[in-house]
Write a protein of this length. Structure first.
Length: 443
């Protein structure tokens, strides 16, 4: 398989390849990746565990996953994040860091709001708070993607993607296993069944965990500002902020843009559609919060770290497209393991094996995919274009995931997981075709 992105890059030694992970930019991206990854499960995966334990039916849980569509439509306000200065903050922190700080504060406020509402008593209010978290998280993603792309040259983007993904995955483990562990520890041992106070304590700890991102933003340097062409009127500003970023992508790729966008739209479809039902699946299979937390914390952490770093290193050495193909294959295959576990029932060793394989596959696929998206971006429109790409990545999968609860209710978990694996087959063809498309960098 050809890989045009590495055609002009000199072959580096493995020692030099691994040393890049210790550079300051990579370490900053590790902390900021943690801040970006924390909110996602708290409004999707972990929330579904909470809702299922509270007695909310699977069909409703599936529909409530549409809160995550905020991530799929972030391109709508990405031009504002790309260009609009914030009063007081931008002058002190710069364009990228000011938006990062504002978004992180919104996430924290939304998590506190979620903690203060019981889904049995006021599900609507909890969902509105979850939507605020999703909007803040999506805005943080826009600003952070631009910050990452502008902080290093193209050669280092795979390394930054790997450390970003590592931080992101660690946060997802903390927001998944960590929340379950905290909620289990906060339960009154004298009482059985659902206890909202345990979930409240866990979500307040999650809100406090966002302080790592706030501190990193305040201590990090702002990337060198890129001069923006002056706008004489509102129409000219909208032309530069809204129209030009998308027109630039079409000009660079012409008819091949459709192929690239199709790959982006479906690359993570198997993972995303399956992921909404993972926690309800654990609950219905009889796994306790302690068991799920222990497995994802110990084995999930190790395999996620291994996947992200291996994926980033392989992408730098062998090229992004080859690793993109490997990640797509592994992601689809790992869903079949969930179908296997569904036929075994409450099998702790089976859960360890499945979670380990799933995290390894996800780490490899995500590191390569982030590097691929970054290679498509023109740094002049980094926030807007990357937001478009990452939004398209989620739009179709998130929409389909909303029906996952209805599918499970109608056909069962085994058929559901097999079906999500089959969704990944067209991705392999699209990766093979897209590998022939020459990456056109910034002019």
């Amino acid at each position: 398989m050809s890989d045009h992105s590495t055609a002009t890059s000199p072959r580096r030694s493995w020692l030099d390849t691994w040393r890049v992970y210790t550079e300051p930019a990579s370490l900053r991206m590790l902390a900021l990746g943690f801040s970006a990854g924390l909110p996602l499960l708290l409004v999707l995966g972990t929330l579904s565990f909470w809702l299922r334990e509270a007695g909310v039916d699977r069909t409703t849980i599936g529909y409530l996953s549409w809160v995550g569509l905020a991530y799929a439509f972030k391109w709508v306000w990405s031009p504002l994040v790309d260009r609009l200065p914030l009063p007081l903050l931008t002058r002190r922190l710069g364009r990228r860091r000011s938006w990062l700080l504002l978004a992180q504060l919104l996430v924290m406020a939304g998590l506190v709001g979620m903690a203060l509402h019981d889904p049995r008593q006021d599900l609507t209010a909890l969902v509105w708070c979850a939507l605020a978290v999703a909007l803040g998280s999506a805005t943080q993603d826009i600003a952070l993607d631009a910050y990452r792309i502008e902080s290093a040259d193209a050669e280092h983007q795979a390394a930054l993607a790997a450390t970003y993904q590592t931080g992101y995955r660690l946060a997802m483990i903390w927001a998944g296993a960590g929340v379950l562990w905290l909620a289990a520890r906060a339960q009154d041992p004298g009482l059985s069944g659902y206890q909202v106070s345990a979930w409240r304590s866990a979500y307040l700890v999650m809100a406090a965990s966002m302080l790592l991102g706030l501190l990193t933003v305040l201590l990090s340097p702002e990337p060198a500002p890129r001069p923006l062409p002056p706008a004489r009127n509102l129409g000219q500003w909208l032309q530069g902020a809204l129209v030009e970023p998308f027109a630039d992508f079409i000009r660079r790729y012409r008819w091949q843009a459709a192929l690239v966008l199709a790959l982006i739209a479906v690359y993570r479809i198997a993972d995303v559609v399956m992921g909404i039902m993972a926690n309800p699946f654990y609950v219905d299979m009889g796994f306790t919060k302690e068991e799920v937390a222990a497995v994802t914390k110990v084995y999930g952490v190790f395999m996620t770290l291994a996947g992200a770093f291996i994926g980033g290193a392989m992408a730098m050495r062998w090229g992004v497209m080859r690793v993109l193909m490997l990640g797509a294959l592994l992601s689809a295959a790992s869903n079949l393991l969930f179908a296997w576990l569904g036929m075994r029932g409450h099998d702790l060793m089976g859960l360890i094996f499945v979670v380990s394989a799933d995290n390894l596959a996800g780490g490899i696929a995500s590191a390569a995919f982030i590097a691929y998206l970054s290679s498509l971006t023109n740094v002049q429109y980094s926030a807007t274009q990357y937001a478009l790409f990452s939004s398209m990545m989620l739009l179709l999968p998130k929409w389909l995931a909303g029906f996952s609860g209805r599918f499970v209710d109608a056909y069962g978990y085994t058929e559901f997981f097999i079906g999500t694996a089959l969704l990944g087959l067209p991705v392999l063809l699209l990766v093979a075709l897209a590998s022939k498309v020459k990456t056109v960098g910034s002019p």
